[in-house]
Design a protein around this ligand. Sequence first.
Ligand code: GBH
Length: 494
Amino acid sequence: MKVILFLCLSCILTVGRAQDDDYVVNNKYFPDKFMFGCATASYQGAWDEDGKGQNIWDNLTHTLSRTAYRKIRTMETWPCYVKENWVLTTIGFSISWSGKYLPTGFPYKINEAGVQYYRNFIKELKDNGIEPLVTIFHWDTPQGLHEVGGWLSEFIVDYYAEYARIVFQLFGDDVKYWLTFNEPKQTCQQGYGSGEKAPFVQSHGLGEYICTHILLKAHAKAWHIYDDEFRPTQNGLVGITIDTPWFEPNTTSDEDLEASERQLQFEFGWYANPIFNGDYPEIMKTRIANRSALEGFQTSRLPEFTQEEIDFINGTFDYLGLNHYSTYMVSAMPEPEIGDPSWEKDTGIAVFQDPSWEGSASDWVKVTPWGMRKILKWVKETYNNPAIIITENGISDNGTLSEDLDDESFRSHYYKYYLSYLRDAMIEDGVNVFGYTVWSLMDNFEWTRGYTEKFGLYQVDFSSGNRTRTPKKSATYYSKVISTRCLVDTCEEE
Ligand code: GBH
């Protein structure tokens, strides 16, 4: 009886928040200079290119068969937009650390053909008026570095920094927008904490903190290398992409408001706070230290930065990349019992989604466009109004070949409303958003979910020899948004 009552109450309470029936789509033109584009990532497209080296995902999907899916080789990214005469202003892609130009992941062996491949690609983009937005690391740790400790070894800081230096040297004359890492939380928390992503290390409440501590130093080192050695001649910008959902307080109680703030700090502030404000969020330092002591640890499971490290990491950004897809509800809960540690217990918050929210092929992506405005406003207020580009935002279908092309009321609708709330955030809340790239240009390899969740504006037929690509209706909608800078039929100046 109690349970039923609770469920009904929560339905009534959440309906108003979830749906904003009177909401009117923003009809103000986007600024002329706003960068619109598509995002992609190296490993999720091509595999087995000539001379490419192994990374931890190759190893898991092929050698160890740890995921149910084997990677299929797709065609290059570029013919797609060129052929269709897209009006993209930017395209995001990542460089593979152990890719064709650096097959071992180590700088002692550079493959000229691989260098030429990236140079041609970047030139092709620029010739078509498209600004390359390049991610240096999107989860594909070279296998050789993994075998000597990967992101749990301090040694990787210098190896990553050296890799970044080479990338700046080779391509920095033409690339003006760099991102050091894509979603470090997924590399660390999923790779070394929960163990849901490669390299599948399960070290709850310990491995993810060690990984993050090391990764943040690698990020800072790459930023400093650019700042000292390349910025004077290349004049580009170096940022980092951090992902976060919006966390909506379940009620307006002080406890639930605090839960929302705390969850955002554990999820996003964990990475953003050291880079933007100098150290881990206070709430993380306090909670993890307290829980560690009660668990019997001699020191906090959250490592401490020295003052020198704080000074080195603080301020290492020129802009922020934000990946945002969906929203969760949060509520305060009793302190989790002391026992085996975990990041979730360290947060101590109940996180859930509203069953009435429209879903997708990915259980974590619900259509909650209002969260876009809230997260942007929160980031602006918490980190002193940084320049932001939304580097990923999108929704998945099941990839049923004939049905999913007709995605007007699904994917086009998602983009229209997310972009509308984004535009609201710019106008109403003064958030400094300068660009947006959808995830993703084409259907691709969705990590441990293989080819079951498809985020592309272009459908890829993975069973056809040349991987036939067909635009979904959302591709047409988005292309129109870019060329008109307007989400609806007619727009007006701000
Ligand atoms: C992005 O991450 C990735 O950057 C991109 O490579 C990927 O293709 C894209 O998402 C679409 O998935 O399994 O319920 O625990 C988005 C952030 C964080 C979303 C981890 C999935 C796991 C949810 N991701 N999250 S769950």
